[in-house]
Write a protein that binds this ligand. Structure first.
Ligand code: GLA
Length: 392
């Protein structure tokens, strides 16, 4: 853990909460999904990793039922009572804390008040799940401080519920799940239906996971995200009429079955379904490629995923396509694709160690030349899911 970041957080905590006790520290990581775009809410498969861009909290219990929080990023202090949680229309960030507290209590957990200083190191709007990191960090602080008997899976589910039902974003389970259950140097192969998962070693084969942030935030993302969910639902209804067997989500159809009936579907819905159904297969193939340490194959699948998200699912944008194409021209880039909801945000790239320096220069220069925007490049470490930071 970076000492100077913790000192900054400690200084902020002591300044804002001078009467409070010595804080405990918690962290929860952002994530990048190697493959499995828009499959989680279709009960499919995903393969994310937790990355060393994290949400950090300094926390101390209060003797009343208030949560008082200071955000170092927004230099803003807000508070709420655990007995009266209401959506804040003006200030968004506090709603993530409120949502988590609300659904923990609704699940029957007894909470006390907290003083919290927050320092977010997951870039906002970059498609790296800063909101899941915040929800999970807060839930994990409540769990440890008040010794809640809350499993990791349940913690992730409550964090997601806060996002779905309180913040109002209809996301799947992937982001919260990986922020809790991710492990150092492992990718997490998750079956979003059963929530069974497998940790896949990221072998040290001379490559890195590199994120390129387009620094484009497309506000279209929320409405398009909901629209895609509806289109997938329509697909399920149509497929149900085409098959004898019961289909409750796109997960229930495999590539061969789909190929046999796809021409009977309306064009747009057909494209959406085709992406999801083939993407599920690619995630399974990519899992195998990683197990075999076949990075060339994993990279190919990742790049195919981007094409499909761009052409069939249509959730990419000019800047994402551009930065993927620039990356793929570089020798030593094994694969590249958009990650997260789309319409902006980041791409994930598998890059050979010897190509990292070139990747940084070429992607930055060419992307900036063509768009006038400076991208950010993060060479990621794969880290553990949420937890308490021990200071000794
Ligand atoms: C967002 C959502 C996730 C997932 C991705 C697309 O990040 O929060 O649940 O649906 O988009 O794969």
């Amino acid at each position: 853990m970076n000492e100077s970041v913790l000192s900054q957080l400690t200084a902020a905590f002591q300044k804002k909460f001078s009467d409070s006790g010595k804080p405990r520290y918690f962290r929860a990581p952002g994530r990048v999904n190697l493959i499995g775009g828009h499959t989680d809410y279709n009960d499919g498969f995903v393969l994310p990793v937790a990355i060393d861009r994290e949400m950090l909290l300094a926390v101390s219990p209060r003797d009343d039922k208030k949560v008082k929080a200071y955000s170092c990023n927004f230099t803003d202090t807000r508070s709420f009572s655990l007995d009266k949680i209401e959506f804040n229309e003006e200030v968004m960030w506090i709603n993530y804390l409120q949502g988590v507290a609300k659904y923990l209590q609704k699940a029957g957990f007894l909470l006390g008040g907290l003083d919290i200083a927050l320092l977010g190191r997951v870039p906002l709007g970059a498609g790296l799940s800063s909101s899941a990191a915040l929800e999970v960090a807060v839930a994990s602080a409540f769990r440890e401080v008040f010794q809640l008997e809350l499993s990791d899976e349940k913690l992730a589910a409550i964090a997601r519920q806060a996002e779905n039902d309180f913040v109002g974003v209809n996301c799947g389970i992937m982001d919260q799940f990986i922020s809790v259950l991710g492990r150092k140097n492992r990718a997490l192969f998750l079956d979003c239906r059963t929530q069974e998962y497998e940790l896949i070693p990221i072998k040290n084969s001379g490559y890195k996971i590199v994120v390129a942030n387009t620094n484009v935030e497309h506000h279209l993302a929320d409405s398009a995200y909901n629209k895609r969910q509806q289109e997938c639902q329509q697909g399920v209804e149509i497929l149900n009429n085409l098959f004898e067997k019961q289909i409750s989500t796109l997960r229930d159809v495999n590539c061969d079955e789909f190929a046999a009936v796809k021409d009977k579907m309306p064009e747009v819905v057909r494209r959406r379904c085709q992406h999801v159904i083939y993407e599920n297969q690619r995630v399974k193939d990519c899992r195998q490629a990683l197990l075999d340490d076949d990075l060339e194959q994993a990279g190919k699948l990742i790049s195919l995923s981007h094409k499909s998200l761009s052409n069939l699912y249509q959730v990419s944008c000019h800047e994402l396509d551009l930065i993927v194409n620039i990356a793929l021209e570089i020798d030593g880039v094994l694969g590249a694709r958009m990650t997260g909801a789309g319409f902006g945000g980041s791409t994930v790239n598998l890059v050979k160690d010897q190509a990292i320096a070139e990747f940084k220069t070429i992607v930055t220069n060419k992307y900036q030349d063509k768009t006038g925007i400076e991208p950010d490049i993060y060479i990621c470490e794969v880290v553990d899911g949420c937890g308490e930071i021990s200071l000794n």
